[in-house]
Design a protein around this ligand. Structure first.
Ligand code: FAD
Length: 436
């Protein structure tokens, strides 16, 4: 009997991993493959915590090989770079170790159905100097790089600035006042208090960190209701963050940012969180893409090739039937799309007709963390379709529950509960911020 080519999911992030895990548990490793260029999974919305040192990637990361064994799919490490759509094969680059030695050769793999879930990365919008001088939070590697630079700069700037007679704090500029920028600003202010407590920062309290958050739109969190923006601005300002809205950064150089009006902002460290684009290789697959490289999909999440689907940040999916309205790049979208594709692909794997209703996104609202005991956001009223403002510990707890739900989808309830308990106990025995 001929072997049936598997469903191959490329990208084990917020959406792709949930899809592979749910299909794997039902159909097993011969029929479900997951490919990722990394060997461990992290919930991307946690990256600002990794960057601030309040979450330890060495404890948070989950091995794809472990997840594959536990959820019944096959994990294939490698970076996808090309497709042969006619023969339904995909090409993976060779996997090399840190020394550049080849661990696995370049390979090709057959697929029956392909799901592209390769996420997005920061969009620097060709801003001069941004790619060179600003750090983006697209991966654990970048988040760790920022964390180490922060620790190093806190010590260095204390010494250098004092020697130069500069009594100013370490200046951090965050470009982009969306969820990533806002959450990072709040997390850094909390991390700073702990860093001082452990003596990492030898500057005194008043000269410690200063954060400038710069947003091009006329308010931060512009995609959320204005009440949420206002409250987030107040909470950040109360913590000492300077918020500039309606400011467009035109140039980034070492130590300083310039805006379109010529004003300058000090930046010993600069983080870029001003927008996203999908990976460039998607433009070379012969499929339609938009101006930020996202694959154009229909309301069944299908590309023009009926064997290829796309979900999450790398897809431009229609929203609400209106021309020109597309789903936002959010974990909640990727999660719901993964659940939808579980049903579609389960039918395909069973050989049943796949006529199924179009994907419909249910907007339950958006929550933003503004520190460890605070959050703000809006929740959609199920009955009236109106949005409700929420804040404080309630909002923060609901925000955390999204992360827990993701872990439950890939680890199960019992292991998620043990992990959450373990983390709670660890918090009591280890420094609040990772110091090494
Ligand atoms: C700091 C930060 C905070 C955020 N906060 C929130 C929030 O509070 N709420 C919210 O809803 N969203 C938030 N987001 C956005 C959210 O993380 C994304 O919308 C979500 O992760 C998208 O899921 P995805 O599955 O499309 O892609 P991702 O989760 O990005 O996963 C993509 C996967 O594809 C893999 N990959 C990429 N290229 C290749 C390749 N060529 N070959 C093989 N594998 C590849 C990557 O290694 C990765 O594992 C935040 C993002 C950041 C960076």
């Amino acid at each position: 009997m001929n072997k049936v080519a598997p469903v191959v999911v490329v990208g084990g992030g917020a959406g792709g991993l949930e899809l592979a895990a749910k299909l794997g548990r039902r159909f097993g490793p011969e029929k479900v493959y997951l490919i990722d260029k990394m060997d461990e999974h992290i919930w991307k919305p946690s990256l600002h915590e990794v960057a601030a040192g309040t979450l330890d990637i060495h404890r948070e990361g989950l091995s794809y090989f472990m997840l594959a064994r536990d959820n019944g799919f096959t994990f294939v490490p490698g970076r996808l770079h090309a497709l042969d759509r006619e023969h339904k094969t995909l090409s993976l680059e060779a996997v090399c170790n840190a020394e550049g030695e080849e661990v696995l050769p370049a390979r090709t793999l057959e697929y029956g159905v392909l799901v592209l879930a390769v996420g997005s990365k920061s969009n620097f919008f060709n801003t001069p100097g941004a790619e060179e001088h600003a750090i983006a939070l697209d991966s654990t590697h970048q988040a760790e790089r920022f964390r180490m630079r922060l620790l190093y700069e806190l010590t260095r700037s204390s010494r250098v600035k004092s020697a130069e007679g500069d009594v100013g704090p370490l200046e951090i500029a965050i470009v982009g006042g969306g969820a990533t920028g806002v959450e990072l600003a709040a997390e850094l202010m909390e991390a700073d208090a702990s860093l001082q407590a452990y003596g990492t920062n030898t500057l005194d309290q008043a000269r410690s960190l200063h954060i400038t958050l710069i947003e091009g739109a006329d308010r931060i969190l512009a995609a959320l209701p204005s009440k949420v923006s206002l409250r987030a601005t107040q909470l950040l300002q109360k913590r000492g963050v300077t918020v500039h809205a309606g400011v467009r950064v035109s140039e980034v150089s070492k130590g300083v940012l310039k805006d379109t009006n010529g004003a300058q902002y000090p930046a010993d460290l600069c983080v870029w969180a001003a927008g996203i684009k999908a990976p460039a290789f998607l433009t070379e697959l012969g499929l339609e893409v938009n101006r930020i490289n996202q694959l154009v999909v229909n309301d069944h999440l299908q590309t023009a090739d009926p064997h290829i689907y796309a979900l999450g940040d790398c897809a431009q999916a229609p929203w609400g039937g209106e021309q020109g309205q597309y789903l936002p790049a959010r974990a909640q979208v990727a999660h719901q799309q993964a659940n939808y594709l579980v049903n579609v692909l389960a039918k395909k794997l069973k050989g049943l007709p796949t006529h199924i209703e179009a994907f419909e996104y249910k907007d339950y609202g958006s929550l933003v963390s503004v520190g460890h005991s605070k959050g703000v956001g809006s929740l959609m009223g199920v009955l009236q379709g109106r949005s409700w403002f929420v804040e404080g510990l309630v909002a923060r707890t609901m925000y955390m529950s999204l992360h827990l739900m993701h872990h439950m989808a890939i680890l199960g309830v019992l292991r998620t509960a043990s992990m959450a308990l373990g983390r709670l106990l660890l918090k009591r025995s280890a420094p609040r911020v990772k110091l090494h």
